[in-house]
Design a protein. Structure first.
Length: 151
């Protein structure tokens, strides 16, 4: 087994942390949305409270629809969390497909940050630098060698 570069180890662990947080967020969102969607009393109370606000009429059925939409979003977040955990495992074990997924994700992040920067959002500079450095790092010879040798 080839020696894992320290940067790949760090990137893998951070990917696992993000995946775990996504799983937790997806579970919480799915649970809360389920309560709103299937509990008419809670939906009715939310609708009554929001209906008392000026100019915000919210019928009960729309709260149930919102609950259902939140449940779907929660499931999507759960799926993304599982994929993120798999990519973290792939990076840790030297799978080249995981390296390419990371290159694509961080490359798109850098592109998004560059667009934000061109629109005058100068807070994107740090994210642009980090994403760019990660993409650069994933193309360095010793990292590429780790992923080739691990297959």
């Amino acid at each position: 087994m080839p020696i894992r570069p320290i940067g790949i180890a760090i990137l893998s662990v951070l990917t696992w942390i993000i995946g775990a947080l996504l799983l937790l967020g997806g579970l919480i969102l799915a649970a809360v949305s389920g309560i709103v969607a299937v509990t008419p009393k809670i939906a009715e109370e939310i609708a009554r409270t929001m209906g008392e606000l000026p100019g915000v009429p919210v019928p009960i059925h729309s709260m149930m629809v919102v609950g259902t939409i939140l449940a779907v979003v929660g499931v999507v977040i759960l799926i993304v969390g599982v994929i993120t955990l798999l990519v973290g495992w792939g990076l840790w074990t030297g799978r080249n497909w995981a390296r390419w997924i990371a290159i694509i994700v961080f490359g798109l992040g850098a592109l998004s940050n560059l667009i934000n920067l061109l629109q005058g959002r100068f807070g994107s500079v740090i994210s642009l630098i980090i994403n760019g450095l990660i993409v650069y790092y994933l193309f360095t010879p010793h990292v590429k060698e780790f992923f080739k040798a691990a297959v």
